[in-house]
Design a protein around this ligand. Structure first.
Ligand code: PHE
Length: 338
């Protein structure tokens, strides 16, 4: 009995979980437990009455000892278990917080442009990113052997379709579909075979615009561009036109914005005080004809805002590669304050 007691004390020390303690109870006090079988297996016939009495007393002591100790261990393991499960729902712990998503700077710039143009009566249309050669080049006066195709080399698909190199591909689509008069912008993703560096990407965004009506002139083009840019930059801006060549406009221009950083005096960002921003011009008569519009009756202007470039200027982003990086740390910086 002394041995059993010592063994039990040792076992109790190593039993920590409620399950282990319960197993001890079964091992010692259960129907087939060590203490129970000890009483059953003892041959009392050999004992004198005194010995029987003493054995009975000792056995009872051992049983009581075991019952008490195991009972205490059960209590202890229960309260330990309660404590640890309480810890899991500690109501005083600081919250995990919600991660708020944020719009991409290009998306924000695009949405802003869409709002401004819609306020001026322009529709917003989205053409396909996978285009035909016809809409991307031929309908825009760029025949297969034209050098302008070299500057807009792109990704050719096996079925002779291409990834569009500019949103101008939507000009003739729109004219064919809606006829004249028409006023629309086409923001979207474009693709070119470019070596990627801080200012070049193979995937970028433009926002094309087209307005065709009777008596549309360069004066209308300038007025619309000035209004748009003043809205985007939230102040009155100065613009200038330089001649520029694009096969699908005549005359064609580069519209420059007077630098907003130095006010036109000249600085490291702009050089001479002007930033080249929007290629544009009056729609070439041949393009109108492709769209089924009579160039003697109607005229119009088209422009191609570099949406990626505009977003970079607006948000002060110096490396174009951040935009397609998928790095949330970059994106989260532009989340509006709540
Ligand atoms: N599509 C031309 C480009 O990507 C830009 C452009 C658009 C020029 C509209 C004139 C008119 O380079």
């Amino acid at each position: 009995m002394q041995d059993i007691k010592q063994q039990l004390i040792g076992d109790l020390k190593s039993a920590t979980t409620a399950e282990q303690v319960e197993q001890l109870r079964v091992n010692y006090l259960g129907r087939k437990g060590i203490i129970t079988t000890l009483a059953k297996n003892t041959d009392f016939s050999k004992f004198s009455p005194e010995e029987k009495k003493e054995f009975g007393q000792k056995l009872n002591e051992l049983k009581n000892f075991a019952t008490e100790q195991i009972g205490a261990a059960v209590e202890q393991s229960r309260s330990l278990g309660e404590k640890s499960s309480k810890r899991e729902i500690d109501l005083t712990a600081p919250g995990a917080g919600h991660r708020l998503g944020s719009l991409h700077p290009i998306t924000m710039t695009q949405m802003e442009l869409e709002d401004i143009f819609q306020g001026m009566g322009f529709s917003v249309l989205y053409g396909p990113e996978v285009e035909s050669e016809y809409f991307c080049f031929e309908a825009l006066n760029i025949p297969p052997d034209h050098p302008a195709r070299d500057m807009q080399d792109t990704f050719w698909l096996k079925n002779h379709l291409i990834l569009r190199t500019h949103t101008s591909a939507n000009q003739v689509r729109t004219l064919k579909r809606f006829g004249a008069p028409v006023r629309a912008i086409f923001p979207g993703r474009c693709f070119r075979y470019e070596a990627v560096d801080p200012s070049h990407e193979n995937t970028f965004y433009q926002c094309e615009g087209l307005m065709v009506d009777k008596n549309i002139s360069v004066a209308n083009l300038i007025a619309v561009m000035k209004t748009i840019l003043s809205e985007v930059f939230r102040k009155e801006v100065k613009v200038r036109l330089r001649p520029g060549f694009f096969p699908f406009v005549e005359p064609g221009f580069e519209l420059d914005l007077q630098c907003l950083l130095c006010g036109g005096k000249g600085c490291p960002t702009c050089g001479d005080g002007w930033i080249e921003l929007i290629p544009c011009g009056l729609v070439h008569p041949e393009v109108l004809r492709h769209g089924g519009i009579d160039p003697h009756e109607y005229s119009g202007f088209a422009f191609g805002i570099g949406l990626t470039r505009l977003a970079m200027m607006k948000y002060g982003i110096h490396d174009i590669r951040h935009l397609n990086s998928g790095d949330l740390r970059f994106n989260e910086q532009f989340a509006p304050m709540l």
